[in-house]
Design a protein around this ligand. Sequence first.
Ligand code: NAD
Length: 321
Amino acid sequence: MIIVPEKEIGGLVTREAAFDAVESVFAAMASGDAYNFPVIREAIGHVDALYGFKGGFDKAGMSLGLKAGGYWPNNLDTKGIINHQSTVFLFDPDTGQVSAMVGGNLLTALRTAAASSVSIKHLARKDAKVLGMIGAGHQAKFQLRTALEHRDFEKVIGWNLHPEMLPNLEEVAAEAGLPFEAVELSGMTEADVIITITSSFDATMMGDHVAPGTHVACMGTDTKGKQEVGVDLIAKATLFADEIAQSISIGECQHAIADGSIKEADITPIGAVINGTHTGRMSDDEITLFDGTGVGLQDLAVASAAVVLAKAQGKAIEVEL
Ligand code: NAD
């Protein structure tokens, strides 16, 4: 069994490697070569933590396993460690033996940022110039850094419920040499691409905060009850998701499904666009919306890449079973 500790991931898995792994596995999901198992996610009744398992099997990439972990909202304030905590376990699909244990914290941020960027690559207008961010926490920095690599953005704008966190976004924009402007929600109409990445349980961004032609990537809603955008926005957008089953149950589309504003058939897997079996964006006026709920196969894909890289670079720790 191989162990790849959390501290090694940053030196092994690049944003490009994570992007390629996630794009491939979304494609495999849409062509039926890979599937996710139902998600377990529980409020454990202790320190407000949400804990669970996401797993799956990718027959094309031969990845079998799960990610265990979740969200401890008080970690940063009380322990000085990040709120998201997870570990990926990989198994040999031929024997069922455990093959690897891989630190999942940074990998989660990389694979989640890769997912929104895959949607930007395939759905945003080619001439997108302004990137809007809703959310300014831990994941938001990764989201922004990766997204900036997928269009020739000239400016970043941002809104956050807690404005004192906005310097997180300004810092990443500055790394890329771009100006940053804090805006009201009404100012989001300037954006060509918007990423939402908050832990909100109430809709913040509504339909009239989004201009025609915008691509929206909703990345924060990964649990029943969470919500970042208004049902009116979902109802008027062309909808895509990493996985439809998750989108309608734990993703951003759960609310529009529940009130009958949309049907399951209105959502297209992003993998179909990657594979070329769906056109994706049809016009410059269309609002496209990607519901990125976070699937187990993304975790397995980037963890498998980490194991390959760790072995190649002599950073894998081998343990006898
Ligand atoms: P964080 O705690 O670092 O940041 C939380 C963000 O949400 C901050 O911007 C905060 O201001 C904002 N926020 C908090 N309460 C809010 C409210 N009531 N209304 C609006 N905004 C609010 O968290 P993080 O690690 O950046 O994670 C953000 C979200 O992304 C979480 O919900 C997490 O579960 C989710 N997530 C999703 C995936 C995925 O694959 N889709 C992966 C990882 C994390």
